[in-house]
Write a protein that binds this ligand. Structure first.
Ligand SMILES: C[S@@+](CC[C@H](N)C(=O)[O-])C[C@H]1O[C@@H](n2cnc3c(N)ncnc32)[C@H](O)[C@@H]1O
Length: 355
C-alpha cells in the first residue's frame, strides 16, 4: 500500500473522530456514501476522484494539504538533446495546466523531458522506448558515468568532421554495437543528435540511425552548466528511469499521481507529417491503446494530461474529457521546411483554473 494513500485515509479518519462524527454523519454532511468513506479511511482510494477527497477534507473544515513535496528549483535546467515533438515552446501553456498538488510525476514518453525539467518534481518515473536516450538520462545518476559521458563527448567534439560523423553513425550496423557500454551508446546518441541534420532522431526499418550529416564545421555537444545542473537534479533516490512500453511504465500509478502523456503525434491522413520516431511507428491502434490507458488512469483517480495534434480521430478518442486547442510552432519536420503553426490539443481529466 502506498503510504501517501494510507496517510490520506488516516487523516480523514482522525479529523472525523476529532469532530465527534460517525462515518454516517460525515456522509450526510458531504454527500459521499458511507461505504465509500469507510474504504477511503482504509486507504483504498484507487478510483476515487480527487474532488471526493477534497470534499471530505472541506467538510471537516480543512483544505487538502499538498502531498507534492516542494524542493528549491534549480534555475536554468533544460533538455540535453533536441527532440522531435519537444515541448519547449508550448511549455508555459502546458505547465499552467499541471495540477498544483500531486504525488508522483509520471512521463512515459519523456523524449527530451522539457516539462519534467521545468517542473522538477521530487518523485518521478520517466520512460521512453528509445533505449539510448534513456541510457543518457541514466548517466546523470552517478558520478562515474557522468564523468565518463563528459569525457566521451569532448572526444566526439574534437574528432568531429563529416567522415567522423558517418563513422559513428554506422556503428549501429555492426555486431559489436551490442558490446558498447551504456555510456558509450549515450555519448554516441548525444553526438549524433548535435551533429546530424536538424536535430532529428530517425531510424530505418532495421532500426539504424539514418539522418544525414548536419554540415556544421564545429559542434558543441553539451553545455557544462546545464550538465552540472542535470547531475544535481538526477542525483536522487526517488527517481525511476526505464525504457519499456508506455503501458508497463504506468503500472504503478495510483490516486493523486500526475501523468503527462506526450505520445508520437497522430497524423492528418492527407498530410505527410513527421511522426515516425523509431522503427515501430505509433499508428492509430497505438493511439487507441493509449486512450484506453488514459481512461484506466483517470478511473484510478490520477490527474492525466495528454498532448497531441488536433485531429478528428484524437478528439473522438477523448470526447469524454476536457479538450483545449492550442497553437504550436512546428520545430522539426521531415524536410526541414514548412515551419508553420499547427493546432495541438491538451486533454485533461480534471479542471484547472488558468490565471
Ligand atoms: C512526442 S515525443 C516526446 C517529446 C517530449 N515530450 C519532449 O518534450 O521532448 C514521443 C516519444 O515517445 C517515444 N515512444 C514511441 N513509442 C513508444 C512506446 N510504445 N512506449 C514508450 N515510448 C514510446 C518516442 O521514442 C519519443 O521519444
Amino acid at each position: 500500500m502506498n503510504s501517501a494513500l494510507l496517510e490520506i485515509g488516516n487523516s480523514i479518519k482522525s479529523l472525523r473522530q476529532e469532530a465527534g462524527l460517525s462515518q454516517g454523519d460525515l456522509s450526510k454532511i458531504c454527500g459521499v456514501e458511507r461505504a465509500q468513506i469507510s474504504r477511503i479511511e482504509a486507504g483504498e482510494v484507487n478510483g476515487v476522484s480527487y474532488y471526493t477527497i477534497e470534499r471530505l477534507f472541506n467538510s471537516l473544515g480543512r483544505t487538502l494539504e499538498p502531498i507534492k513535496l516542494e524542493e528549491k528549483k534549480i534555475q536554468d535546467l533544460h533538455p540535453f538533446v533536441k527532440w522531435a515533438g519537444g515541448k519547449t515552446q508550448l511549455l508555459d501553456v502546458i505547465s499552467k495546466r499541471v495540477p498544483d498538488i500531486y504525488n508522483r510525476y509520471y512521463e512515459p514518453f519523456v523524449g527530451g523531458g522539457a516539462l519534467l525539467l521545468k517542473l522538477q518534481p521530487k518523485f518521478f518515473s520517466i520512460n521512453d522506448s528509445n533505449t539510448e536516450l534513456m541510457a543518457a538520462f541514466n548517466c546523470f545518476r552517478d558520478d562515474e558515468s557522468f564523468e565518463q559521458l563528459k569525457k566521451l563527448l569532448v572526444e566526439h567534439e574534437n574528432n568531429h568532421s563529416e567522415d567522423y560523423y558517418y563513422e559513428i553513425r554506422e556503428l549501429d550496423r555492426s555486431p559489436d554495437f551490442a558490446n558498447m557500454s551504456q555510456v558509450e551508446k549515450a555519448a554516441r546518441m548525444i553526438y549524433l543528435n548535435k551533429a546530424c541534420f536538424n536535430g532529428l532522431y530517425r531510424v530505418s526499418s532495421k532500426g539504424y540511425f539514418n539522418v544525414p550529416f548536419g554540415k556544421k564545421e564545429k559542434i558543441k555537444c553539451f553545455d557544462r552548466d546545464n550538465f552540472e545542473n542535470l547531475r544535481q537534479y538526477f542525483n536522487k533516490k526517488h527517481a525511476t528511469i526505464t525504457s519499456i512500453d508506455f503501458e508497463d511504465a504506468l503500472k504503478d500509478v495510483v490516486y493523486g499521481d500526475f501523468v503527462y502523456l506526450d505520445p508520437p503525434y497522430d497524423t492528418w491522413e492527407d498530410k505527410d507529417s513527421f511522426t515516425s520516431y523509431n522503427k515501430d511507428a505509433f499508428g492509430k491502434d497505438e493511439q487507441r491503446r493509449l486512450a484506453k490507458v488514459f481512461k484506466e488512469l483517470a478511473n484510478k483517480g490520477a490527474f492525466v494530461m495528454l498532448s497531441n495534434h488536433n485531429t478528428e480521430f484524437i478528439r473522438e478518442l477523448y470526447s469524454d474529457y476536457i479538450i483545449e486547442v492550442v497553437e504550436a510552432r512546428r520545430n522539426i519536420n521531415s524536410n526541414g521546411q514548412g515551419r508553420g503553426t499547427v493546432e495541438e490539443v491538451i486533454i485533461t481529466n480534471y479542471v484547472k483554473e488558468i490565471l
